[in-house]
Design a protein around this ligand. Sequence first.
Ligand SMILES: NC(=O)c1ccc[n+]([C@@H]2O[C@H](COP(=O)([O-])OP(=O)(O)OC[C@H]3O[C@@H](n4cnc5c(N)ncnc54)[C@H](O)[C@@H]3O)[C@@H](O)[C@H]2O)c1
Length: 285
Amino acid sequence: MNISKVAVIGAGLMGSGIALVAAMSGFEVALRDVDQSVLDKAMAMAKKALDRAAEKGKLSTEQAEAALGRLTPCTDLKEALAGAQYVIEAVPERLELKKQVFAELDRLAEPEAILATNTSELSIASIAAATSTPERVIGTHWFFPPQIMKLIEVVKGGQTSPATLETTLRFCTDLGKETVVCADAQGFITSRAISVLIAECLRIHQEGIASIEDIDKAMRLGFNHPIGPFQLVDMSGVDVVFHALEGLSQEYGERFNPTQEMAKLVEGKNLGRKTGKGFYDYGGK
Ligand SMILES: NC(=O)c1ccc[n+]([C@@H]2O[C@H](COP(=O)([O-])OP(=O)(O)OC[C@H]3O[C@@H](n4cnc5c(N)ncnc54)[C@H](O)[C@@H]3O)[C@@H](O)[C@H]2O)c1
């Protein structure tokens, strides 16, 4: 299948970046959100990023303008999906919401279009079950920020067809990304592996063995991690990681259990950078 138009559903942190990468790679992109102000913010971010790339000489001014011209924001789902051969969903990580979106995609997307989800850990099969065509549903797990991170983790649902996988791998290469392929097990490779490290670091702190600052420093300088696990949790949202750990612990056992200390932060709405305080204090929002 030849892909010329991509529809990205959800223009938040991830969707806005994914849409920009696709536009910069030469695809026509429809970026759809239910919230017009989110679309305005996404378009302003794209313009700023493209201007900066042109200033730095990474793109010519004409190329930057053309990339921005390929990006069309819209609130109408039908309009976004018309003529799109590849659809990437990036709405919040709630199974019921994803199923609702996929039921709509099943109804309104082009019959041949591939339907990809950017879920970080939910089952591809349960999302695909909301459609009548699970063979065209696949996971494409991007990383933040999408413009910078090289990897897309491609997740095969139980019924994902070989053609869907093959087209997806080719599409990811056309986007300038590297891929790994993974079966549909909760947390895939990356969310499962990083979560167990986070859970262990939470316990090292709760047991009084080392400070948050020193655990982060140890991971940065000892293992060349770009940021420490507590900094990562604060960046992703303490609540988001807490719920992910709970889900993984139900699936794989207590090695993923979050700590009481983390539960207290969630209860107190100290959710990391977005609220101004999490494991670290950012001095307000
Ligand atoms: N944030 C990360 O670092 C990260 C990394 C990898 C994967 N993910 C995954 O990407 C997905 C999106 O995460 P995010 O951080 O971008 O979330 P976000 O909250 O920043 O953005 C989600 C957007 O979806 C919109 N939305 C809600 N319902 C919609 C609908 N029916 N149609 C269209 N838009 C709708 C919201 O208005 C919001 O703008 C989640 O599944 C998340 O697990 C996130």
